[in-house]
Design a binder for this molecule. Structure first.
Ligand SMILES: NC(=O)c1ccc[n+]([C@@H]2O[C@H](COP(=O)([O-])OP(=O)(O)OC[C@H]3O[C@@H](n4cnc5c(N)ncnc54)[C@H](O)[C@@H]3O)[C@@H](O)[C@H]2O)c1
Length: 477
């Protein structure tokens, strides 16, 4: 099929690469000429493992190209995806200006040569499918009013569930595909588009083999409104689940229980599940915060106050502050102290800094008069460019971030940090304080290496004889 994807961000580029890898002919469109130039040169505008390899294969399969001009590819396409950003406004409401502009341009580019499906992949509030339909019509009316009756199209909602850092794996081997539409004709085109994905009939790329035992991908077919709601409900649930783990961890710390052990004990209950139960410095990223804000805004519009979702935001804010409290407990005075941050990205394997806990922690420390050094394997360039006012001293390595520092804070659980020589780090510091914000390290090993260690939900006490400490990152996988 002929496909256009509007927006070459984390979602659009990955969607375009995968669809083209399945054999569809894809054009990716963005208003950001700089991004398009990079993609044309084969350079990645974002850090996402395996994306460059998949794009190379995609070019040889269905074919993929990049442009700033929407009109020509949209006119030729059977399916047009909208994958533009939907950031929060001050009120918490989703900013739909990019979506609205894209929908109008699609209308302007349409003719009556075929039936097309306009697919909303951006995360949008309930009712946005109707809005897209209205705006496409407006686009048609404005540019060729005489054709309004003859031009036919359907609107679908196809929310995206990929996790940055694992986006290609999540897109090639998803848990489910959600398709929301009001018309069978629209759904039939979407089923045809995703047939290779649903049947898993494509050849798995050598660098990312198909998970053992994977069968056909379940397709959940719904109304437009339900599909839009599914995306918000999924993100809200995951954020609440992490918030719950953080609350239990805070209680564990007070009563002398080990949070990772508690999470292992509850996570094995099939009704609960072990993933997203890792206590830490709180969630971040471009989605959870903005999507909960947007859902709360929608609920308010309908006269409903969601106490649970409001609490999820509050718990997360407090969790970021916990790092500062732990540093104060260890060092008393933060003014004039040097704090080394390990990790800046909101999670490992991405350069995305949107709503990253590291930014909040660095900002608070700087406000309190501390000096902040930081090392991140990939996100330092983005941090320098996007947050020039943040007076962070960027380091070449974790060792440099630790050198002469009064405390180290593990903010992002990059696997390379798990392999650090803790003794060497501790020896190089002015004071060997380690706040392990993701429970990445074994507390005993850290203490034996010379660190004054504290994790999240891990009270300071000697382990029982024979007890096997559960590392948090083992539970996360
Ligand atoms: N990033 C994720 O992990 C993720 C996961 C699931 C869903 N989502 C949702 O997907 C959507 C996109 O997220 P993202 O992270 O890819 O955003 P992004 O900011 O990385 O990319 C959006 C892109 O859209 C482009 N754009 C804006 N207006 C345009 C227009 N009129 N025409 C062409 N291009 C335009 C921007 O230049 C930008 O490159 C959001 O609604 C987000 O909530 C994101």
């Amino acid at each position: 099929m002929r496909v256009t994807v509007i927006g070459t961000g984390y979602v659009g580029t990955v969607t375009g690469a995968c669809l083209s890898y399945f054999g569809h002919r894809v054009t990716c469109v963005d208003t950001d000429a700089h991004k398009i130039e990079k993609l044309r040169r084969g350079e990645m505008p974002i850090y996402e493992p395996c994306l460059d390899e998949l794009l190379r294969l995609a070019a040889a399969q269905g074919g993929i190209d990049f442009t700033t001009d929407l009109a020509a590819p949209a006119a030729e396409s059977d399916v047009i995806f909208i994958a533009v950003g939907t950031p929060s406004l001050e009120t918490g409401e989703a900013n739909l200006c990019y979506l609205e502009a894209a929908a109008r341009s699609i209308g302007a580019a349409m003719d009556d040569s075929r039936f097309r499906v306009v697919v909303n992949k951006s995360t949008v509030p309930v009712g946005s499918g109707n809005l897209v339909e209205a705006l496409v019509r407006e686009g048609i009316r404005e540019s060729h009013p005489g054709d309004l009756k003859r031009i036919q199209f359907g609107v679908a909602s196809n929310p995206e569930f990929l996790r940055e850092g694992n986006a290609i794996g999540d897109s090639l081997y998803p848990d489910r595909i959600v398709l929301g539409a009001e018309e069978e004709r629209t759904l039939a085109i979407m089923r045809e588009l995703y047939q290779p994905l649903v049947a898993q009939s494509f050849e798995a790329p050598a660098f990312l083999p198909r998970p053992h035992g994977m069968g056909p991908v379940p397709v959940v077919t719904t109304t437009l409104t339900s599909a839009e709601m599914i995306k918000y409900a999924a993100n809200a649930f995951l954020a609440v689940k992490i918030g719950f783990a953080n609350e239990i961890a805070n209680i564990c710390e007070r009563v002398g229980a080990e949070a990772p052990e508690v999470m292992a004990g509850i996570g094995l209950d099939a009704r609960i599940g072990a993933r997203f139960l890792n206590p830490g410095v709180g969630w971040g990223g471009s989605c959870f915060g903005k999507d909960i804000q947007s859902l709360l805004h929608t609920a308010r519009e309908y006269g409903y106050k969601s106490m649970l979702l409001e609490a999820a935001l509050e718990v997360n804010r407090a969790q970021r502050q916990l790092v500062i409290q732990k540093l104060q407990e260890k060092l008393f005075i933060l003014k004039g102290r040097t704090i080394g941050l390990l990790g800046l990205a909101f999670k490992p394997e991405t350069d995305d800094l949107r709503d990253a806990p590291s930014l909040h922690i660095a900002e608070r420390l700087l406000q309190m008069g501390a000096r902040v050094k930081a090392y991140d394997p990939v996100a330092m360039k983005a941090c320098r460019e996007l947050h020039p006012a943040l007076r962070i001293h960027y380091c070449e390595s974790a060792r440099e971030a630790a050198e002469d520092a009064d405390a180290l804070v593990l903010v992002t659980e990059w696997q390379e940090f798990a392999r650090l020589d803790l003794r060497e780090l501790a020896n190089s510091m002015a004071r060997a304080v380690l706040v392990d914000g993701r429970n990445l390290f074994d507390p005993e090993a850290a203490r034996q290496a010379g660190f004054d260690y504290c994790g999240i939900g891990r009270p300071q006490r000697a382990p029982r004889n024979g007890a096997v400490p559960v590392a948090n990152h083992e539970l996360a996988r």
